[in-house]
Structures are given as structure tokens and as C-alpha cells.
Design a protein around this ligand. Structure first.
Ligand SMILES: Cc1ncc(C[n+]2csc(CCOP(=O)(O)OP(=O)(O)O)c2C)c(N)n1
Ligand SMILES: [Mg+2]
Length: 803
């Protein structure tokens, strides 16, 4: 549907005029920030700038229809929207550019994110939820094009869940599901798979999202003809358009410089999404980029004169102003005064931000110069130290790193000296590092009471005697208890709903808890994770199921870029306690290996990674995680669902501690560390080893991130003096990580009498079938021989060579 100019009938002309002038002020303010912001980069004060110029007008319209409780999931062009909703002030904008590390001054990320990446606070200082229905919300931006899309789906779905689950206490999160999730994306980024996957899923799920496509016909230097079939995204999306017979998506098209048409389009879209829970796409065309893509280059390099001239003529702010003058809403003189005033305001905000940014550094510098001066006067290396001091004095606008370098290098010239002045410098540096490092490294994990480390272990009980059941029954009955206990818990994935997952760990639960809470999804791993992130951001407790571990890679970008960085990039101001459930280990076949743990633990710092050896341990992890507020990935053992386990009587209650290893067999000759299904093979090998007089101790690592917080593994090595880490990952994968943890972090090297070793799968993915498994992954014979070899090398007389 094309939206044409139409003045809103709902307000008087005077109000309308006032609203227009106020909008013009914001558009001009935002533009002035962009222009001055670029200069700050070109003069070297800021490192990089990416701004919202050329996209101001539609963002004003979006801001008008955006209500308390709504969420934005957008990208780096949205500064005007943020300013229009009162969520970004010019001074904040400049602090963002300078990367001020004080969260009070740079509220978006305390300098962690580039400017143009926005956020609002969902959490109080103690990590508890704010009332999100009373504020306008923006989920935290990421730089990856279209990376905001999967999360957008979940943010919108939360409204649907809250509207349908009427008994749920939604007081801080929703008012009858009336909230809209507002997405924004650039035209070129619509080429990404995440875009299409999200649009399709939104059409299927019928969730209240409104996606604005800011179309300036370019993606950096590349014009539309290389991005979009027919060079028209709404045209090719038209198959999603809802009609009388079919549900789908509402698609609107509107020109980005046409103020009244924009207002009309956004009001219309908001009504449809809010009331009917129908997704809406607004294709905003004829936008421009007056300063080019970013501060990294100028657009004169790739736009011809004709395009540049068209952009100048059709700049949305310019046309907005022309329209205001033509309509007699204000005179040129009046607008001139407004502009002058705003320019002054922005210049002052910029100056103030820079002064505030520098102040902290200059104070530190003053102290350090004084300390270096005293140290130099007492040192035999006076000349060298004075040089460092004078070089520092010469830096008029020092960074924190300039201070660190000066202090750290000075200590080298004070080696062996015992002066009080040297000690003062040591103390200053240690204090400086203690204060400074957290500014860059805090909040990778939760720093409040709900951190997984604070959740107390509760052992499984067996009060009803021992009832042996299939492992999947332990899991299923435990999930049953969890869904009963936590009304805001829900699980979804491929084959998760009607059949209760491919291994029936959720059997019968859809009938009991309904299709909203126990749900089937399409085959679309990325947006399954996106659903989880978005819903977790709005107070629900989603469990997103990825059918098999090997298919998690389709979602890995969203997991590593969005979920894993969320707490860190928001300085702890937003959280998404999403549990990702999958199954793996000891599968057979190239795409059913279930073993890629090294890749995951390296890409997913910020998410806990748990590899339980059986379903009781797995159930205990779910119980622990539901009490915490951190995201985690649980990999259940695929070949464990049909193995018999004792069924605990305190299902839903017992908690497997996270970050704690378990010794599953005591021994004195060698420590074997492993996890997941491989442990069963290690146990078999250990039995065989006993027959030749080798008594191995077996440790189940079980939580890979975090691993062994109490350093229990080294205590075992202290006793056995030998260490072998066994897993079914590639060589140098998770086993190398564990070795690093045990040898370097826990200091086990000092207790070793034999070289520490790893035994892993082959470098290739495992071949299919039982033989494929045997010859691709470590088997009981491999383990036996590896251990025997270590013992043979240590004591050839007692353990003569096997081969
Ligand atoms: C996944 C990914 N690929 C590439 C980039 C580099 N990049 C940043 S912005 C951009 C162009 C985006 O163009 P468009 O979506 O039209 O938005 P615009 O900047 O024009 O508003 C590219 C290629 C990125 N950030 N993320
Ligand atoms: Mg573009």
C-alpha cells in the first residue's frame, strides 16, 4: 500500500503547527550533532563516527507512535528517534563519540560501543527488573547488519505471549500485550538471511512488530542493483502481504521526506500492530546520506554528480523545511532563529562533553606527573624517568593508556631501587589498574546475587526408593515440575511441541501447558534463538531448543554477537536469561558429530556452557539456571535418553552446581578429565586399566564455562601426578582449553611427573556408522593404550611396552 500525504484530523491546526516546529527542532538538532560529530572524528578527538543524517524525518514519525512499554530493535542510524523520545541528549551523543568510560556520562555503554549504538536500562542496580511498561525501551544495538532482526521477533512475540497467557503476572512487562516491537534496518541489510528468516517467522507467528526499512539506495558504496532484486524491497516482499484469505504481513511504502505521509503511515502501522498483532513493514524510500556512510570515507567516491545533486535536493530535512515555509507554518526568520539557537546548544554540549571526558584523565595525569617527578629525583635513572615524565606532560589530551604506559615503563627504570617514591608509583599503578580494567572488562557475566555461582547446590533425593527409568523420563518429569513452578517459562523449537521433542523429553507437556508454552517452530535456528533473546529481554523465561548440536551453527552469529555480548555491551543494564537446550555428543556422521565444543566455548564467552553426563545432571542444571538470571547452553547426551537412571523424588528442586567438577571414580595413578558421553567410555577404559594394575581417577568437567571454580582438578593431579584430558572434539579444541585451565590457571604443571596430554577425535568430522564412530572418535582401546603408554614411559619395568 502506498501512503500519500494526509494531514492528521485528530488535532487542531495550532497543535499541529506546534508539533511540527518541535519536530523541526529535533530534526535540526540531530543533524547538527551529525555534522559536528563528523568534525570531532576528523580532528582526532573521536575514533569513528556513524550518524543518522538523512534519516531524520521518518524517525520523528516513528517516535510519535512509540509508546511506553514498546521496544526498539534497530541499528546505528537511529539517533533522531532516540532524541525524539528523550532517550538521547546531545551531550550523551558526544560522550558516546569520545568513548567516555563513565556510565553516568556515557549512558549507552560507558564507552564500550561505538557511537550510534543505543540502549535503555531494563535493570536496577541490583539486577532486578525495572517496570518496563512505564518507560520507552530500546534493546541494545549491535553493529552486525540485520543482527537486530532475530531479537526483534522475540521482543514482539513477548506481547503475544502476555496477551494470551492471561494468568501470568506481567505487571512489569506488559499491559495485555499491547506493546509493539519496532525494528529498523537499512535497505542493503535486507539482503541478509536473518532479515528473510525473521519476516517469514513474523508472518507465521503473527506478532506485533513494525519494521522500518530506511532506504537510501546504498549500502556503503554499493547501489541497490547489487543488493535487491528489482531494486525494490517492498515489491519483492509483496508475497508476504496479508489478504482477505490469508494472514501475513502488512506492507506500507512511504517517501522519507514527506512529513504528513510519514505521520499517517506510522499511526496506521501502530494501530494494526498494536490492536491486531499483525506484523507491519514500512518501506521508507527516497532517503539520503548527506555525509556518506561513516567517517571512514566520503561518498563522492561512489556517487555520481547526478545522484549527489538529487540527494542535496531531496534531503529530508531540507524538504521538511521547504514544506514548513510553503505551508506558512513558520517564517524563514523564525526558523533561522531556531537553527541558530540549536547550533549553540549543540556546540556547548560538545564542549562540555569533551571537558568532562578530559577532566578525569587530566586529574590522573597531574597525580602521575607529580609521582614520577619525585621518583626521578630519587633515582639513579633520573634522566630516563624525566624523559618519560616530560613526554607525558607534552600530551595535552591524554588517554588512559598514555598514563598506563608512562607508569609501567617508569617502573623498569626503578628496578632494584627501594625508595618510598618508587613504592608510591607502584601503589598508584596498582590502584589505577584496579579502577580502570573493570571499565573495560566487567559484566561479562552477572555481577549480582543471581549469578550462577551463587545458586546453592541441592542434591537429588531418592525418598521413594530407587525407581529406574529411562533418562528422558527424569528430564520430562523435571520439566513438568519447572513449567508448574515457573508460569513464565516456555520452550519452543523444531518438533518440540506436539510430539514433545524428538527424544520425548517434553512428552505430553503441550497438552498440559498449551501451545504457547510448549511450541513447535519452523526450521529456522537463528530466529529460534532470536525469539528466546527477545522474550528473555521482556521478563519471560524461554528455553529455546536447537534440535541437534551440529545445527547450532546456523544460529551461532546471533548467539555470539547478540546474546553473549548483551550484559557486557550494556554494562549490565539489560539481561536475557535465555536457556538454550540441545543434544549432542557421540553422534555418528559428518553433520551429526555433536562434538564441536572448542568452537563454542571460544565464541560464546558470556554464555555458560554445560555438558551434563546424564539426564539427572541435566535436569539439575535446568533447575539451577531457572533460579539464576544468566544465559546458558545445555548439551544433553543424545545417547543417554534411553539409559536407565534412578528417578529423584525432588524433581524440579535439586540443583546441579555450575562451575563444579565431580570425581566419578577415585584412583591414584593418573587423573582422567572428560565430559559428556565420552565419560562412559572413559569409565569402561578405567575398568580395563585396573586389570593391568593402573588405578585412574576420573573427573567429570561437566561445566565447561565456567570450569572448576574451586580448582578441584589440580588437587587430583597433586595426588596422581599425571593428567590426560579426553574428549571427542578436534585436536586442540575443548581439550586444549581444559589443559590450559588445569596446567596454567590451576598451576598443575608443578605436580606432574609425566607430560600432560590430550586424547581427542580426529581432525575431520566423524564418519557415519559404528565403524565411523570407532575410527573417528576416541574409543576405550585408544584411552587404555594412551594411559598405558604414559605409565610405560614412567615405569617401563612395571608396565612393559604393549606393542
Ligand atoms: C554482517 C555485517 N556485514 C558487513 C558489515 C559492514 N557494514 C556496515 S554498514 C554496511 C552497509 C549497510 O547498508 P544499509 O543496510 O543500507 O544501511 P545504511 O548504512 O545505508 O543506513 C556494511 C556493509 C557489518 N556491519 N555487518
Ligand atoms: Mg542504505
Amino acid at each position: 500500500m502506498d501512503v500519500s500525504s494526509k494531514t492528521s484530523n485528530d488535532i487542531s491546526f495550532e497543535d499541529f503547527k506546534e508539533q511540527i516546529i518541535s519536530d523541526y527542532k529535533i530534526a535540526f538538532l540531530s543533524r547538527t550533532c551529525s555534522l559536528l560529530g563528523r568534525k570531532e572524528v576528523l580532528t582526532g578527538k573521536a575514533k569513528f563516527g556513524i550518524f543518522g543524517d538523512g534519516k531524520e524525518l521518518p524517525q520523528l514519525a516513528m517516535a510519535k507512535s512509540f509508546k511506553n512499554g514498546d521496544f526498539r530493535s534497530g541499528y546505528y542510524r537511529d539517533q533522531t528517534f532516540m532524541m525524539a523520545t528523550g532517550l538521547l541528549k546531545p551531550k550523551d551523543f558526544f560522550h558516546g563519540l569520545y568513548a567516555t568510560t563513565n556510565i553516568e556520562k556515557e549512558p549507552m555503554s560507558a564507552g564500550r560501543q561505538m557511537g550510534g549504538h543505543f540502549v535503555t536500562y531494563s535493570l536496577n542496580e541490583d539486577g532486578s527488573w525495572k517496570d518496563l511498561t512505564k518507560q520507552k525501551n530500546s534493546s541494545s544495538d549491535i553493529s552486525c547488519t540485520a543482527g537486530q532482526m532475530p531479537r526483534l521477533l522475540g521482543l514482539a512475540q513477548a506481547s503475544k505471549v502476555y496477551r494470551e497467557l492471561r494468568d501470568l503476572d506481567s505487571s512489569k512487562f506488559s499491559n495485555n500485550g499491547n506493546e509493539v516491537a519496532w525494528g529498523t534496518i537499512g535497505n542493503a541489510s535486507t539482503s541478509e538471511g536473518m532479515f528473510w528468516e525473521t519476516i517469514n517467522a513474523a508472518g507465521v507467528l503473527q506478532v506485533p512488530l513494525i519494521l522500518s526499512i530506511w532506504d537510501d539506495e546504498y549500502g556503503i558504496s554499493v547501489p541497490a542493483k547489487y543488493h535487491t532484486t528489482k531494486e525494490d524491497i517492498s515489491k519483492i516482499l509483496s508475497g508476504f502481504q496479508r489478504d482477505d484469505k490469508n494472514k501475513g504481513v502488512e506492507i506500507l511504502k512511504v517517501k522519507g521526506w514527506d512529513y504528513t505521509a510519514l505521520m499517517h503511515a506510522y499511526e496506521n502501522a501502530a494501530d494494526i500492530a498494536r490492536q491486531e498483532h499483525v506484523p507491519v513493514i514500512i518501506h521508507v524510500t527516497e532517503l539520503t546520506q548527506p555525509q556518506g556512510h561513516s567517517t571512514s570515507g566520503s561518498h563522492e567516491r561512489y556517487k555520481d554528480d547526478k545522484r549527489l545533486a538529487w540527494e542535496r535536493d531531496n534531503d529530508c530535512n531540507k524538504r521538511f523545511k521547504e514544506w514548513i515555509l510553503e505551508s506558512g507554518i513558520a517564517t524563514a526568520k523564525e526558523l533561522e532563529l531556531i537553527e541558530k539557537d540549536i547550533k549553540k546548544t549543540v556546540r556547548e554540549a560538545k564542549k562540555q562533553a569533551w571537558t568532562e571526558y578530559l577532566e578525569e584523565h587530566l586529574n590522573l595525569k597531574k597525580d602521575l606527573v607529580r609521582i614520577l617527578n619525585s621518583a626521578a629525583n630519587k633515582s639513579s635513572n633520573k634522566n630516563f624517568l624525566n624523559k618519560i615524565k616530560n613526554d607525558l606532560i607534552a600530551i595535552e589530551e591524554p588517554l588512559k593508556k598514555d598514563l598506563a604506559i608512562a607508569a609501567r615503563k617508569s617502573l623498569r627504570y626503578l628496578l632494584g631501587e627501594k625508595s618510598a617514591e618508587r613504592q608510591t608509583l607502584v601503589n598508584w599503578l596498582s590502584n589505577f589498574e584496579k579502577e580502570t580494567q573493570p571499565k573495560f572488562s566487567s559484566h561479562l557475566y552477572s555481577e549480582n546475587q543471581n549469578n550462577v555461582r551463587n545458586i546453592k547446590a541441592i542434591a537429588p533425593e531418592y525418598k521413594n526408593g530407587t525407581e529406574k527409568v529411562d533418562g528422558r523420563v527424569v528430564l520430562r518429569d523435571n520439566f513438568d515440575k519447572l513449567f508448574e513452578k515457573y508460569p513464565n517459562a516456555l520452550v519452543f523449537g523444531e518438533d518440540t511441541g506436539a510430539i514433545g521433542d524428538v527424544n520425548q523429553g517434553l512428552e505430553g507437556l503441550q497438552e498440559k501447558y498449551g501451545k504457547i508454552r510448549i511450541a513447535d517452530t519452523g526450521i529456522r535456528e537463528t530466529t529460534i534463538i532470536g525469539q528466546g533473546i527477545g522474550m528473555a529481554l521482556r521478563g519471560l523465561r524461554p528455553i529455546a531448543e536447537i534440535q541437534y548440536l551440529d545445527y547450532i551453527f546456523y544460529a551461532i552469529a546471533t548467539m555470539t554477537d547478540d546474546l553473549a555480548t548483551l550484559l557486557y555491551r550494556t554494562y549490565g543494564k539489560q539481561k536475557a536469561p535465555l536457556i538454550i537446550r540441545t543434544r549432542g555428543h557421540r553422534l555418528e556422521g559428518i553433520w551429526h558429530s555433536g562434538s564441536e565444543m572448542g568452537g563454542l566455548i571460544h565464541l560464546l564467552r558470556g554464555i555458560h556452557i554445560l555438558a551434563p553426563r546424564n539426564m539427572t545432571q541435566a535436569a539439575g542444571f535446568y533447575n539451577t539456571l531457572m533460579k539464576s538470571d544468566e544465559p546458558a547452553l545445555i548439551i544433553e547426551s543424545l545417547n543417554g535418553y534411553r539409559l536407565k537412571e534412578n528417578k529423584p523424588s525432588n524433581l524440579g528442586e535439586f540443583c546441579t552446581p555450575i562451575g563444579v567438577v565431580e570425581t566419578i571414580k577415585k584412583g591414584s595413578d593418573i587423573t582422567l578429565v572428560s565430559y559428556g558421553s565420552t565419560l562412559r567410555i572413559v569409565e569402561q577404559a578405567a575398568k580395563d586399566l585396573l586389570e593391568v594394575g593402573i588405578d585412574a581417577e576420573i573427573i567429570d568437567a561437566q561445566t565447561l564455562l565456567p570450569f572448576d571454580i574451586a580448582h578441584d582438578t589440580v588437587k587430583s593431579v597433586q595426588k596422581t601426578n599425571r593428567l590426560l584430558v579426553i574428549d571427542e572434539d578436534v585436536p586442540g579444541g575443548c581439550s586444549a582449553y581444559l589443559l590450559n585451565e588445569i596446567i596454567e590457571k590451576q598451576g598443575a604443571y608443578q605436580y606432574l611427573d609425566s607430560a600432560p596430554q590430550t586424547l581427542t577425535a580426529k581432525a575431520h568430522r566423524p564418519a557415519y556408522g559404528s565403524d565411523g564412530d570407532y575410527f573417528s572418535k576416541p574409543n576405550a582401546e585408544d584411552i587404555f593404550e594412551k594411559v598405558y603408554e604414559i605409565m610405560n614411559e614412567a615405569n617401563p619395568e612395571e608396565f612393559p611396552s604393549l606393542k
